[in-house]
Design a protein around this ligand. Structure first.
Ligand code: C5P
Length: 230
């Protein structure tokens, strides 16, 4: 079957915009598959750093590693982050740490690594549909998505959300440092030459700074129903 007929809902935006939770809740409500593309970059960063930090800066070796990466996602109920199985081992909380975010954004800046992960992302496009969460879902990976949403929130709101998340998990967190890290990561992601963080020309922009998760889910769900009915 031509995978192009499988509808894709692309949800892009910066870290902490809430797109991951929103995307997963939407996938659950719709009964669609879910792609957490950030987890692919995080897994590649972790796998590369396990071989040695030097690999992070070797474009060809990174691309080879990306192609050989055995990565599986196990969806969790109620918007909880998907479990990630990397080469047969559950990478558990390691995948959600600030350090894996840092590693992810280093490998994400390598065009060869991005190209190597494209096919893995396309493989998630299966019936009855796919909710794809990331930074370049609407611009590069699924340019023919039926609906493209670009979710934003101020850096201060995103840092606060991340702070609460970490505290709830019992991790140590420093709000000031998180805000600095978010600003640094935004700057790095916006400067990527291969896939800069920017909305697709035909994306709907949704600022979630003062919206609850369920408001955001309802709003996107409504927009999607309109598109599907066309
Ligand atoms: O979304 P998440 O915070 O897990 O993403 C981690 C990092 O992976 C991002 O900061 C970004 O550098 C990179 N990434 C990307 N393209 C995507 C998803 C993530 O470059 N589609």
């Amino acid at each position: 079957m031509n995978s192009k007929i499988v509808p894709v809902l692309a949800i892009d935006g910066p870290s902490g915009s809430g797109k991951g939770t929103v995307g997963q809740l939407l996938a659950e409500r719709l009964g669609w598959h879910f792609l957490d593309s950030g987890a692919l970059y995080r897994a590649l960063g972790i796998a590369a750093s396990r071989v040695g930090e030097a690999l992070l800066h070797d474009a060809d070796a990174l691309a080879r590693l990306a192609v050989s990466l055995d990565i599986r996602f196990v969806p969790q109920p109620s918007g909880a982050p998907v479990r990630v199985i990397l080469n047969g081992t559950d990478v558990g909380d390691a995948i959600r740490t600030e350090d894996s975010g840092r590693l992810a954004s280093i490998v994400a800046a390598v065009p060869q690594a991005r190209a190597a992960l494209l096919q893995k992302q396309h493989a998630f496009r299966r019936m009855p549909g796919l909710v794809a969460d990331g930074r370049d879902m609407g611009t590069t990976v699924f340019p023919d998505a039926i609906l493209k949403i670009f979710v934003t929130a101020s850096a201060a709101v995103r840092a606060e959300r991340r702070y609460k998340q970490l505290k709830e998990k019992g991790f140590d967190a420093n709000l000031r440092r998180l805000l600095d890290e978010i600003r640094e990561r935004d700057a790095r992601d916006a400067a990527l030459t291969a896939s800069p963080l920017k909305p697709a020309a035909d994306a709907c922009i949704l600022d979630t700074s003062s919206l609850s998760i369920s408001d955001v889910v309802d709003r996107i769900h409504g927009l999607l129903q309109e598109r599907l009915a066309r």
